[in-house]
Ligand binder design. Structure first.
Ligand SMILES: [Zn+2]
Length: 331
């Protein structure tokens, strides 16, 4: 079987936890062919899009590879890290990004989300085109054609249901594992100098430098009050908070973002808010979804109230048990 497959069908409907752990152990071991960081970055991209799948567990490549492109850009251009196990050579995606950076003379300090929308789209499309050829088939073959099926002409993958549930249940530890192995690979194949605080760089490589685009959307529709304590806040002083902490979900979906006062946002930090607020956010999302222009957003298209409930429950199951509540609430 070749990693250059264009279509792959799942051959198992049910996988046990033991079988899935064995697949992960294989991918992270020396037995799997990891001449580049592609597999680690693909796993990271799937993990950060766990809640962007539709009810059939399908994920379009446009979303998957926008994560992939962002992670790669931040590693290759922003952090100047080589992605292949050969000196003097460059991974294919690495070449694509360096060509674009040189062509438009983009400063290396710029992180992906600071690039213009048009440029982001150009990068995502080029990365997607390249990865279709040799990335989608690689993990598919490594895992015995069981964890997803994919179709390069439809440009989507569909996750196995039992595999999906596994990812939800062990999301936090899988993120740690993937980041660790990615950092280990990068450390081996990069000059010292670039590898200072490597794990920290990898852990934060997906993080947006700003939530300003969400701030604009949310503050156009909010009632000028902090979602948690109810205190009135001036528009300029509002903070955008990840209701389910970013450190768990590693993604920014509008339906998981709320407006909070600075005191609540800072004291909540990466804790989970009291369950009381789950209903508040579900109700808030219920109103957001009635606004036609918001309903068209990729993240809102696949939103359901159960998705937020699951995300909340799985953060607890993954160890987010330090529950936060505001000091004082104005009811
Ligand atoms: Zn507050």
């Amino acid at each position: 079987m070749s990693h250059k497959l264009q279509v792959g069908e799942m051959i198992a409907a049910y996988l046990t936890d033991k079988e899935i752990w064995a697949h992960f152990n294989f991918i992270f071991s020396a037995k799997s062919k990891n001449s580049t960081t592609y597999k680690f970055v693909l796993i990271k991209s799937i993990l950060e899009n766990l809640y962007n799948v539709n009810d059939k567990l399908e994920l379009p490549y446009s979303i998957l590879f926008s994560s992939f492109a962002k992670i790669y850009w931040n590693l290759v251009i922003h952090h100047n890290l080589n992605q292949i196990n050969m000196t003097e050579k460059k991974a294919e995606v690495q070449k694509i990004l360096l060509d674009i950076q040189v062509k438009y003379q983009i400063p290396k300090t710029l992180v992906f989300d600071k690039l213009s929308h048009e440029l982001q789209v150009e990068i995502i499309n080029k990365v997607k085109k390249r990865c279709k050829i040799n990335v989608m088939g690689a993990i598919y073959c490594d895992t015995g054609c069981t964890i997803y099926d994919f179709d390069n002409s439809k440009e989507q993958l569909r996750l196995n249901g039992t595999y999906y549930s596994f990812l939800q249940r062990f999301q936090r530890v899988l993120n740690y594992l993937t980041n660790y192995h990615l950092a280990l690979f990068l450390e081996k194949f990069n000059e010292k100098g670039d590898t200072t605080n490597l794990l920290l760089k990898v852990e934060n490589v997906s993080k947006r430098s700003t939530l300003v685009q969400f701030y604009h959307v949310l503050t156009s529709f909010y009632n000028s009050k902090c979602l948690y304590c109810g205190k009135a806040i001036n528009k300029g002083k509002a903070h955008v908070d990840h209701f389910t902490p970013w450190s768990f979900v590693q993604a920014d979906q509008l339906w998981n973002l709320v407006i909070a006062c600075s005191a609540c946002n800072l004291s909540k930090s990466d804790k989970l808010a009291n369950k009381y607020f789950l209903k508040t956010v579900i109700d808030r999302n219920g109103s957001l979804i009635t606004i036609p222009e918001l309903r068209k957003r990729e993240d809102m298209k696949v939103y359901t109230r159960n998705k937020l409930k699951d995300l909340y429950q799985y953060s607890m199951d993954n160890g987010f048990t330090d529950i936060w509540r505001p000091k004082k609430m104005i009811l």
